[in-house]
Design a protein around this ligand. Structure first.
Ligand code: PAF
Length: 273
């Protein structure tokens, strides 16, 4: 596995590759969720590039940028063992200039839900993802459905800017008890972890209600809120796949989203129905 820290070197590496390239962008602290994206990329492409970069521009002041888990030694091992061809680990100084041009997420769909609770977060996500896609020019780039709004905004950016990468949405990976994998789960104490399970429990309840015939979003949201009451809920929403709020669930075109704080840890989860 080649390890690169300099963006220009990455461009050079990429330009030599004639075959298909799969790309998995990450912020490190790799878990089974990331590994599933990496494995899929390796299966579907001749070469796989993974990036590890805790991107400061997508963290708001006061968020967990400094505390964000960093496990670079074990991440490198994981990538090596998985069969990654190239690991890109830029530094802030190599990937950003002092006077960066601004990338702005769409003013509506970049500023609702996650974007409402973390204003400017998606500006930073799109800024770094655009840079990374331009550097790696991947045939396929792999993103988890857990960050559903991020996935939607990246698909939207690729379309609007006529980028030639195919964005591949990948299934959420969960612990056996339902907790969606996240690098931030390490912040949870044993008791907090129990409350964290309420997110997936509320989504399961929503799915059950829908299977039983309930379509009214307000009623579903209300029952979810009851389950989530021990947590500090930021939002429970049902949107279509274009992130328009729904009044009634549309089967095969809805995403049920939840964001809540458990202790100091902010968690998100969702279910595609
Ligand atoms: O989902 C993430 O880990 C990050 O938002 C991403 C896409 C790697 C950009 O920093």
């Amino acid at each position: 596995m080649i390890q690169i820290t300099n963006p220009n070197e990455l461009q050079e590496y990429r330009n030599y590759i004639q075959e298909s390239v799969g790309f998995v962008p990450t912020m490190g602290a790799l878990h089974e969720g990331h590994i599933s994206l990496i494995k899929r990329s390796i299966k579907e492409n001749s070469k796989t590039i993974v990036s590890i970069f805790v991107n400061p521009t997508q963290f708001l002041p006061g968020e967990d940028l400094d505390a964000y888990p960093r496990k670079i030694e074990s991440d490198i091992k994981i990538c090596e063992l998985a069969g990654v061809d190239c690991l890109f680990m830029p530094t802030i100084d190599t990937i950003y200039t002092k006077d960066e041009l601004a990338i702005k997420a769409p003013s509506i769909k970049g500023y609702i839900l996650e974007g409402y609770n973390r204003p400017g977060h998606f500006d930073g996500v799109l800024q770094i993802v655009l840079k990374l896609l331009n550097l790696t020019k991947p045939t396929h780039a792999y993103f988890g459905k857990k960050d559903a709004q991020q996935l939607f905004l990246i698909q939207n950016m690729v379309k609007q800017l006529y980028l030639s990468t195919n964005i591949v949405p990948c299934e959420i990976i969960r612990e056996s008890d339902g907790l969606a994998l996240s690098s931030r789960n390490v912040y949870l104490s044993n008791t907090e972890r129990k409350d964290a399970l309420l997110l997936s429990k509320s989504l399961k309840k929503a799915t059950k209600l829908i299977i039983e015939g309930e379509r009214e979003c307000q009623k579903i949201q209300h029952q979810m809120m009851e389950i989530l009451s021990p947590t500090a809920v930021e939002y429970v929403q049902i949107v279509d796949r274009d992130f328009n709020y729904l009044e009634e669930v549309l089967i095969d075109n809805s995403i049920i989203l939840v964001a809540a704080r458990v202790g100091k840890t902010r968690l998100i989860d969702n279910m595609w129905v």
